[in-house]
Design a protein around this ligand. Sequence first.
Ligand code: AMP
Length: 429
Amino acid sequence: MKIVKGFRDILPYGSTNSDSSYTWTSITNQLRDVMSSYNFQEIITPVAEYDSTFKTGIGEDTDIVSKEMYEFTLDKDNKETSKNQILKYCLRPEGTAPVVRSLIENSLDKIRSVNKLYYLGPMFRYERSQKGRYRMFHQIGAELIGSNEILYEVEILSLAEKLIKTLEIKNFTFQINSIGNKESLDNIRSAILAFGKKNKNSIDEKDYKILEKNPLRFLDKAIHKYAFKDIPKTIDYIDKESMNRFKLLTKLLDDIKFNYKINNQLVRGIDYYNDLVFEATSSDLGAQDALLAGGRYDTLIQKFGGKSNESIGFAAGIERLILAMNRKNKYESSIDFFIIYKEEETIEESLKLALKLRNLGIKVEIDLERRSFTKQIKLADKSRSKKTIIISKNNLDKALVVVKDMNSGEEDSVNIENNLEFLINQLKV
Ligand code: AMP
């Protein structure tokens, strides 16, 4: 049996193409803690949605929807139909559209006027897999739904930066831009289309098709392959209000010493954005260098049938964040005590002690294979235990065990009937 192409196992001991599950969990816990510190609350939506969620939300002309969605039907009993059409399911390619679907379906916007939500989970895109780009990958994303207050933009950007900094990623850059309101965006699209038409002879056929279908996608993904000068800048097309808003944002970001670069050619390949768009990249990542991306999406909620609700959000790729951490064996699992018995006849008593300590929340391992004393010591070494508890028949008769520090070699005799606290306190040293 083989794993699906572009999908990955995350193994307990790590492997050539992934860190250990322990590293994964430590990192995702840290990311969750950052979300909590900004009082974003987790929303857990299913991995599959009806296709309309993404077709309406992201737009049919985007790469994600037109080429990359895992779609399937399950119509075995003919019940999965709507208006005589077989319903299609999709494995979710991104998190924003499902969050908005859920918010409206569950009237979260009526419970709170501003919802600060985050999600963490697998996403699926049928892309060409390569280092840092997988067909199943994970995103952690934040969505702030219900306000166009500019200070929330500062908060969201600072949250995004905090996620990166928490993992001690060093070489990263934030790029920000404004793409204005709907009319501005139409003007930007026309300007890029006109620019592309003017340069038709220099653009290959495939890219030209992209240009004609979705000029923003051409600007986002293709234009920089060519050595064009004078590529249209969004700043020349955005409305006055958006311009003032963007100026104010940069001032607010300067005030909190947030580092960013303005990139007037930054746009997003997804339909729902307006005004602020941003991206953080890492110079340590090679071709797939985007750590996270996001922006404001004030019209998406209405598209889904909700009342007008201004929103802003971003998504970070967890695999990318881990790659950018650029450290081997990022976190390693260890245990507190390895219990070693000298004589096999004490194995049951040893197990009892292990269970007692585990009940106290202490991480304990014991070899139940009845291996020799020396083999158990080797196992204890391998398990990276901080201390061993050595049990011998002689000592046990007096309710004593020996606790040995694996680093210093120091030993203590401990009475396990009345002094378990001593063991626990030892862990704090
Ligand atoms: P997007 O939803 O395309 O804006 O992507 C947001 C972030 O998710 C990117 O900045 C990447 O960090 C990550 N990402 C997107 N696509 C993939 C993929 N195929 N494999 C791994 N990470 C991805």
